[in-house]
Design a protein around this ligand. Structure first.
Ligand SMILES: C[S@@+](CC[C@H](N)C(=O)[O-])C[C@H]1O[C@@H](n2cnc3c(N)ncnc32)[C@H](O)[C@@H]1O
Length: 355
């Protein structure tokens, strides 16, 4: 349990940030969007860790305060977003918890119930990874495996200007926002007024509204607004007929800009690739099939799934932590119910236009 938990909320590894910095320094297109603050190595490091400008709540604020969006973690399948509120109580099957008790503790803390069963939950920071797993769906959404590839192949780094349509539930937008922080921006468009409004409210709750602007617009009918012409680093489309938007995307992208289209059906991919052929190069389509593993523990008497024992979970004051007894064997096996096809991701780079 300890291992999985650490992996879950240690979302900003040094390695990852190092790679991002290398990109900023070697690719002039990304330096353009950095402010003058990219002068000293110390400042650079601050940007790398998301601490210079922007909202620290994005990932790096490590202490719980009133007004924070926090995730109450019971187990992988049960996570609940909550706003930390003075004198509020949380009731669940593990007892009654007081929000006041959490304030000042680091995110990731285990907190104890004050009434009812003597249970506990973990209070996690609402990172984009966790948010995607517990947000309220208003549409189909992109999940972590697809999101990861999108961020990497769209080359989204701090300072980028990104266009997206449709916004949907904002699952992908939240990750893009973190990647462009602290001084980049995402302009996301949906033609559904109510969805756009709900997405704005979610971005506000997540503390990223300074990084995201939600527009209401029929992108398939009208294309992206002219104001972005030749200014955009990356474009992402999750629309029923993405091929209609390819000419507009080509106009918006800067030299060397990259676009991606997510489509569930291969016929959509075919139409998109045909539309891309004249103005784009490096056209590639991927389908990601992720394999999950169950972590199990065998106590000798019975085998029990690690994540399935939380019904019996009680706080034992005599134990320092959740460590598994020395006689327990821990092993892993592929999950019986694997998530299959989500969609196809088609990437393409704008062809070089000689002037
Ligand atoms: C599947 S959802 C996008 C989900 C999003 N990628 C996420 O991760 O949450 C597709 C969205 O595209 C929007 N949409 C469909 N046609 C559109 C159009 N012509 N212009 C703008 N948005 C459109 C829909 O309203 C819907 O919200």
């Amino acid at each position: 349990m300890q291992l999985i938990f650490c992996a879950l909320f240690n979302d900003q590894s040094f390695d990852k940030s190092t790679r991002v910095t290398r990109k900023i320094l070697t690719n002039p297109k990304h330096v353009n969007y950095q402010s003058n603050s990219l002068r000293s190595p110390a400042k650079e490091k601050l940007i790398m860790f998301g601490l210079a400008g922007g909202d620290p709540r994005l990932s790096f604020k490590r202490t719980i305060a009133y007004g924070d969006l926090a995730i109450v973690y019971e187990k992988h399948e049960i996570m609940r977003p909550i706003i930390v509120t003075p004198n509020a109580e949380l009731h669940n099957r593990f007892g009654v918890f007081m929000h006041n008790d959490w304030v000042g503790k680091p995110f990731g803390s285990r907190v104890l119930s004050v009434k009812g069963v003597q249970g506990y939950v973990y209070i996690l920071a609402a990172t984009p990874e966790i948010w995607t797993l517990c947000l309220q769906h208003r549409t189909q959404i992109l999940y972590l495996a697809d999101i990861s590839l999108v961020i990497m192949y769209l080359e989204i780094v701090p300072g980028c200007l990104v266009l997206e349509s449709g916004t949907g539930t904002g699952s992908l937008t939240t990750s893009i926002a973190r990647s462009v922080a602290p001084n980049g921006h995402v302009h996301t468009f949906d033609f559904h007024e109510q969805r756009a409004q709900s997405a704005r409210a979610d971005f506000d709750k997540n503390g990223i509204s300074n990084l995201v602007t939600v527009g209401v617009r029929d992108i398939q009918g009208e294309g992206f607004p002219d104001e972005f012409q030749a200014k955009v680093d990356s474009i992402f489309l999750d629309l029923p007929q993405p091929w209609c938007v390819v000419p507009s995307a080509a106009k918006m992208l800067k030299q060397d800009g990259v676009m991606c289209s997510f489509s569930p059906c291969i016929e959509q991919v075919q139409c998109t690739c045909e539309a891309l052929a004249s103005q784009f190069t490096e056209i590639r389509t991927f389908e990601i099939l992720l394999r999950h593993y169950e972590i199990l523990r065998d106590t000798g008497a019975t085998s029990e799934m690690e994540s399935g024992n939380s019904r019996k979970r009680k706080h034992d004051p005599s134990s320092v932590n959740d460590s598994i007894a020395t006689t327990t064997t821990v092993f892993a096996r592929p999950c019986r119910f694997a998530k299959g096809h989500t969609g196809y991701l088609t990437f393409a780079r704008l062809k070089f236009k000689s002037s």
